[in-house]
Ligand binder design. Structure first.
Ligand code: PAF
Length: 304
């Protein structure tokens, strides 16, 4: 049982099974994992670069995890391109690509799962019931299979990384979670594998998402309600665009708990949005620093 390991100059080894993975990682030093579902883009590559800077050995997992897709979601049409993914991993100096199939990851019905708790029921979790249980379960499995010292996740999926952080803390998993800043395409759209589904006109409408978040952030010195109202005004306009965007949620939440923040909240918060354009569902977020509503604002670093 050996991987198709090739010298570093010609690309990473591709491991398809836990056994191949263990052989490929024998003697690896400090190990970083970048979990992905493939269809890699510049956003993923920034995660790989962060991992590369922090570790001796970098593993990228490529697995479209059925457990995190609900009925009627895009599991079947989710973009898959393993050769292209391996090529990009080679360009980023990745050591091993772990690309198991579904039967390898789930050889039997997954009876025991990681419950995402109430945080997993809000926002993305409300729109996609069971999604975060699927995410946390596969991430926990990957952590046990790869045994990384650190794992890098994109901050574009803000609720996901908050939940992964909470899982590692609550379950005492010995993995440091590193967040990689959200990456935007030149037109401002958050980089996502799902952008590939968008027509040119849908993409134009989708740009209302980053515009709404910018408008919200620009209102931060007037407090949470002003932030929500400013972002909402842009999204209301986009609901009348052709093609329209159908808003799923707009929320201003605590970055660690994902509870909606109150009107008197000051300090850091996450302004998160999800919307559908045509049949494509997109998410985006920005961090907002809320000043106190009265004169003076809050001291740097203060948060409630
Ligand atoms: O963010 C993703 O691509 C997925 O949710 C993850 C973390 C790889 C788990 O399948």
């Amino acid at each position: 049982m050996t991987t198709t390991r090739t010298p570093a100059t010609s690309g990473p080894g591709v491991a398809r099974t836990p056994g191949e993975l263990r052989s490929a990682l024998a003697g690896a030093g400090r190990l970083a994992l970048v979990p992905t579902m493939g269809a890699l883009h510049e956003g993923h590559r920034s995660l790989m670069r962060l991992a590369r800077a922090e570790a001796d050995t970098v593993v990228v997992s490529v697995f479209v995890n059925p457990l995190q897709f609900g009925p009627g979601e895009d599991l079947d049409r989710y973009p898959r391109d393993l050769p292209g993914d391996v090529r990009q991993c080679a360009e980023e100096g990745v050591d091993v690509v772990f690309a198991p199939d579904t039967a390898t990851m789930y050889p039997r019905e997954q009876m025991i799962t990681v419950d995402a708790g109430t945080m997993g029921e809000r926002l993305e979790g409300a729109s996609r019931p069971g999604h975060f249980t699927g995410v946390l379960t596969v991430v926990a499995k990957l952590f046990h299979l790869v045994r990384p010292d650190l794992a890098v996740f994109g901050e574009k999926d803000a609720q996901q990384i908050a939940l992964v952080r909470r899982m590692t803390a609550d379950l005492n998993l010995p993995v440091r979670i590193v967040g990689a800043p959200l990456l935007r395409d030149p037109d401002g759209l958050a980089a996502s594998s799902r952008n590939a589904y968008l027509s040119a006109r849908e993409r134009e409408s989708a740009l209302a998402l980053p515009r709404a978040l910018s408008a919200g952030r620009a209102a931060a010195d007037r407090g949470p309600d002003a932030v929500r109202a400013a972002a909402r005004a842009v999204l209301d306009g986009a609901a009348r665009a052709i093609p329209p965007i159908a808003l799923d949620y707009l929320a201003l939440v605590d970055t660690a708990t994902f509870d909606e923040v109150g009107a008197d909240h000051t300090g850091q918060a996450c302004l998160a949005v999800a919307a559908r354009v045509g049949s494509t569902r997109l998410i985006d977020n920005v961090t907002v620093r809320l000043a106190a509503a009265d004169i003076g604002g809050t001291p740097e670093g203060d948060s409630s």
